[in-house]
Design a protein around this ligand. Structure first.
Ligand code: AMP
Ligand code: GLY
Length: 425
């Protein structure tokens, strides 16, 4: 079959790598793709915002399945337009993508279907938001409702900080994402991520994975999209997984179906493991990036039939097998990230890194400029190590990082530290 994958990051290179290994995929197109995805299939230039153009391309090429990587096109309704044109698409409808696109939507769903989450209020003006904060006290969490590239959250330690955040959001600090805000109770616990493949009614838990969001060693400094990740994540025990499936994922799918917007695709739950059990922080409607880069190398089953089963609503008769090996990815980022990254510096030595045992390199923000591979974004490369333990995967990943010659790049040196500490007892 012919498959079109939409997106251009490290997540999409990992997906392209997995899909291109499927015996049922004869042809893979990636749009826009990156120099890494070009090694797995054919990159094509399409205006992803122009859904009619994407539909036309699919018809012309006879595409059998579209896989959508990032949330942007999903929230914009690309799956609806493709499905309406008769093209099978892996990823939620516009209505179902509100689970990521609107925090208020998700909080209301939690309230209606008894899904454990932080207590909250929704506000459209500063005066009532401030009045609510005054009754709740600090610390407290202030969030812009819409998509704000992972930056729309202020963890306010004091009432003054909370009021400042409210003013900032209502005066357009996050653009239209802040037209409505959600104010939440500050939950205490350990954070964990959970991924489930969903077909509208059934969910299949994926292997566990955990990212590191802060830019600096020791989980310090500003938030990023993720500076590294590892799988399995020991925080997600079997017992916890069962609770998350029963208490959070299953009622979410049932609630979405009841609302007439069944969720198909990857449901990515950000969780807080509190003293009362797992609680939902937020949903994403796609694979995590860089979590996908450690999940795909551990997946032994063919990914393409899994995507098809999710599209067709038959996941209940499906199973996924995972390697016992651990995987760990280190993100190499361009100087300046997560602020404005420097572009254009030359990267060498990827082949040398990949030649090492148990190593894969996935591209994210790279560009081919004549004979040179150059940096072209914030997160530029994902260097993945595989091994018998997270510790071994970590050693291999960093040995590969050290083989890459890119003085203008940087990475964290402690990815996986909690898991390695647990392994070492
Ligand atoms: P979000 O964009 O909603 O995932 O929030 C980003 C980060 O803020 C999360 O990964 C948590 O570390 C933190 N966070 C968000 N909401 C809460 C909350 N209600 N209680 C504690 N921490 C939170
Ligand atoms: N790694 C975090 C995310 O994909 O949102």
């Amino acid at each position: 079959m012919k498959i079109l994958l939409i997106g251009s990051g490290g997540r999409e290179h990992a997906l392209a790598w997995a899909i291109s290994g499927s015996p049922i995929c004869n042809r893979l197109y990636v749009s826009p793709g990156n120099p890494g995805t070009a090694q797995c299939g054919e990159n094509v230039v399409l205006d992803i915002d122009d859904h009619a153009a994407v539909v036309a391309f699919c018809r012309l090429q006879g595409i059998d399945l579209v896989v959508v990587g990032p949330e942007g096109p999903l929230v914009a309704g690309i799956a609806d337009d493709l499905v309406a044109a008769g093209i099978k698409t892996f990823g939620p409808s516009k209505a179902a993508a509100q689970l990521e696109g609107s925090k208020a939507f998700t909080k209301e769903l939690c309230a209606e279907f008894d899904i454990p989450t932080a207590g909250f209020g929704r506000f459209r003006d500063a005066a009532s938001a401030k009045a609510y904060v005054a009754t709740q006290g600090a610390p407290i969490v202030i969030k812009a409702d819409g998509l704000a590239a992972g930056k729309g959250v202020v963890m306010a330690q004091t009432l003054d900080e909370a009021n400042e955040a409210i003013e900032m959001m209502f005066s357009g600090g996050f653009g239209t994402a802040g037209a409505e805000i959600v104010i939440e109770e500050w939950m205490i616990g350990e954070e964990a991520s959970f991924f489930a493949l969903c077909d509208g009614r059934h969910a299949l838990a994926l292997a566990s994975a955990q990212d590191h969001k802060r830019v600096g060693d020791g989980d310090t400094g500003p938030n990023t999209g993720g500076m590294g990740a590892y799988s399995p994540a020991p925080v997600m025990t079997r017992e916890l997984e069962d609770r998350v499936m029963a208490e959070i994922i299953a009622p979410t799918l049932a609630g979405m179906e009841k609302r007439g917007m069944p969720f198909k695709g990857i449901l990515y739950a950000g969780l807080m493991i509190t003293a009362q059990g797992p609680k939902l922080i937020e949903y994403n409607v796609r694979f995590g990036d860089p979590e996908c880069e450690v999940l795909m190398p551990r997946l032994k089953s063919d990914i393409a039939p899994a995507f098809l089963a999710a599209c067709d609503g038959v996941l209940d008769s499906f199973d996924l097998r995972w390697s016992d090996e651990a995987a760990l990815t280190v993100v190499l980022a361009a100087r300046g990230y997560p602020g404005t990254p420097e572009k254009g510096s030359v990267i060498r030595g990827i082949a040398k890194a990949e030649a090492q045992d148990g190593v894969l390199v996935f591209h994210a923000g790279t560009k081919q400029l004549a004979a040179d591979l150059v940096a072209d974004g914030g997160r530029v490369l994902n260097v993945v190590g595989l091994g018998k333990s997270v510790g071994e995967a970590q050693r291999r990943a960093y040995a590969a990082v050290d083989a890459i010659d890119w003085p203008e790049g940087f990475c964290r040196r402690d990815i996986g530290w909690q898991a390695v500490k647990r392994e070492e007892g």
